[in-house]
Design a binder for this molecule. Structure first.
Ligand code: PSV
Ligand code: MN
Length: 426
């Protein structure tokens, strides 16, 4: 299924007038406060977020998986699904593949298909957290950190294979998330596991093409429950520094212990020029992978405040690679992703409204109340008309979720693919 711009336009005709009124009202208020509304709308339009191939099917927990029907059964269909998201939101202009779940059969055809949807290939992800069919060695006791050299070599080679696949598609980065760790005290020698990981990452780094980046993701626990080799941003940062200038830390919002100050981590990494990638999701307890902004929207806004500050003030930090890493097991995954994309754009727009000069002044004067007021004034602004305008200008829908439903996208996908197609992934 493809959604034509004319169909979206036609579907939006009835909402156009009220959208314009809301936009005029907001723009007038923002102009009075000295904001450049056109620039904000342009920035929103430019902010593109990659969709992970594994979020398009019904997400699972270890207790079960409930299909939403019409799931994409092939890489081609996954790209078509991102095409639908992008057509409606104009924010999802990239897909992130996970290997071996998404190995293309015909590279040229896959590239053409993605280009026809105006989609590029973002970071490619390796997988050494599962054993693959016919693999010689098992990752049961770790991959890049394993005490057995032949197992480490197999995991290194897999990462190099992933780079080669990504290279043929035009990707420019490899994300390594390592599940390695221990379930019980005494199971691993911490120092040996870390040293092996460092050495393995250096071997992978050597295989990176000149214009590529290596993103090193961290996570405190799960699937190992006693210790994880790359458990926190500090460990990732240290490993990235050891590897070299093309290696960076990747922050996944769900990969922190409760109440961690993620915005401060973001600020530190950007100051050091080492924030390479970002995975958006939300969580209540752990790596819950639920819809962005569904639990802690204010925390997301504060994180965006630091991201905006870093993008404006830290030329030493490259433009980060944005990706959603959420996949839920009860919502229609495409609706879930639309809501996540909207939440990201909303937090970004609000962060763009923070009066940075006034905030600096209030900080210098130690006016704590005013500092809070400045942040919360921006946070309390209903910025949705700006998002709608940014989308509409590019042919997207005023309300992607309403359009998705009124254009009966899921029903059409079920008709095309049937009820029992299953997407590869988690
Ligand atoms: C791990 O929890 C993670 O966040 C990593 O990004 C993986 O690549 C992804 O989820 C899917 O397994
Ligand atoms: Mn992640």
């Amino acid at each position: 299924m493809r959604i034509d711009k004319d169909i979206i336009k036609e579907n939006d005709r009835k909402d156009l007038k009220s959208q314009q009124e809301k936009l005029d009202f907001l723009s007038n208020n923002l102009l009075k406060d000295g904001h450049d509304v056109v620039e904000i709308i342009n920035k929103l339009a430019q902010f593109q977020v990659a969709v992970p191939s594994w979020a398009l099917g019904a997400g699972g927990t270890r207790f079960g998986r409930f299909s939403f029907h019409g799931e994409p059964g092939s890489l081609e269909q996954k790209i078509d699904d991102v095409g639908i998201l992008h057509a409606l939101t104009q924010t999802a202009g990239a897909i992130s593949l996970h290997i071996p779940w998404d190995v293309p059969k015909d590279y040229e055809a896959i590239k053409q298909l993605a280009a026809s949807h105006d989609i590029i290939f973002d970071a490619v992800n390796s997988n050494t957290f599962q054993d693959q069919k016919n693999a010689k060695e098992s990752y049961r006791f770790g991959s890049l950190s394993n005490r057995t050299k032949t197992i480490r070599e197999q995991a290194i080679q897999h990462n190099i294979d992933v780079i080669n696949i990504g290279n043929k598609l035009g990707s420019k980065s490899l994300t390594v998330w390592l599940a390695d760790g221990a379930n019980f005290p005494g199971q691993n020698n911490f120092q040996n596991a870390l040293q092996n990981t460092q050495d393995s990452l250096k071997d992978i780094y050597k295989a990176l093409p000149e214009d590529w980046k290596l993103f090193i993701e961290y996570k405190p626990y799960e699937p190992n429950f006693y210790s994880t080799v790359i458990q926190d941003w500090g460990t990732s940062f240290m490993l990235a520094n050891e590897c070299g200038e093309k290696a960076y830390t990747l922050v996944d919002l769900g990969h922190h212990l409760p109440n961690s100050n993620i915005e401060q981590i973001v600020a530190t990494l950007m100051m050091k020029g080492k924030l390479g990638g970002f995975h958006f999701n939300d969580s209540k307890y752990g790596d819950d992978d639920i819809t962005v902004g569904s639990i802690k929207p204010y925390a997301l806004f504060l994180i965006f405040n630091e991201l905006v500050y870093g993008m404006n003030n830290n030329p030493q930090n490259p433009y980060p690679a944005w990706m959603i890493d959420a996949s839920h097991n009860i919502k229609d995954p495409l609706e879930d992703l639309i809501q996540s994309l909207e939440a990201i754009q909303e937090a970004y727009a609000k962060a763009l409204l923070i009066d940075q000069d006034q905030l600096r002044l209030a900080q210098i004067e130690n006016d704590v109340v005013r500092c809070q007021e400045i942040l919360q004034n921006a946070y309390r602004t209903d910025v949705r008309p700006l998002l709608q305008e940014a989308r509409r200008n590019r042919g997207g829908a005023i309300s992607p979720i309403n359009a998705y439903r009124s254009l009966r996208v899921r029903e059409t996908l079920i008709k095309e693919r049937g009820k029992h197609s299953v997407a590869s992934g988690l």
